[in-house]
Ligand binder design. Structure first.
Ligand code: SF4
Length: 116
């Protein structure tokens, strides 16, 4: 999701800052809209859409879609996390197998009468 604001169209109603204060603010000088963030989390999308719909001056443009920054916050990041978890599990399993083989070899060495 991408959000842009047109300060020239903004009539300083403050609705956006009231509905989504994490995202929108008003300039202390002229009361016009200012974006507080440039990267948005999926949990914020509903508030952003509502602010765009309620703006009486059409000063907020919301463009749906995935930007590179959004990928980190949605399913793509989950896939990466899942892959990392799987790789870690495989590596751990491999280490455990190697350790067990080494321990078995050491036990065989330590046992008397094995001929070693
Ligand atoms: S809701 Fe629209 S007009 Fe009101 S402050 Fe925000 S951008 Fe400006």
């Amino acid at each position: 999701m991408q959000v842009s604001v047109d300060r020239d169209r903004c009539c300083s109603s403050g609705l956006c800052a009231s509905n989504a204060p994490e995202i929108f603010d008003q300039d202390e000088q002229d009361g016009r809209v200012m974006l507080r963030q440039t990267v948005f989390l999926p949990v914020q999308f509903a508030d952003i859409r509502l602010a765009g719909e309620l703006c009486p001056c059409g000063a907020i443009t919301v463009t749906e879609g995935i930007s590179p920054a959004d990928e980190a916050a949605d399913g793509t990041a989950d896939q990466t996390t899942d892959q990392t978890a799987e790789q870690t599990a495989e590596q751990t399993a491999g280490q455990a197998t190697k350790q067990t083989a080494e321990q078995t070899a050491e036990s065989a060495d330590a046992q008397p009468g094995t001929g070693r």
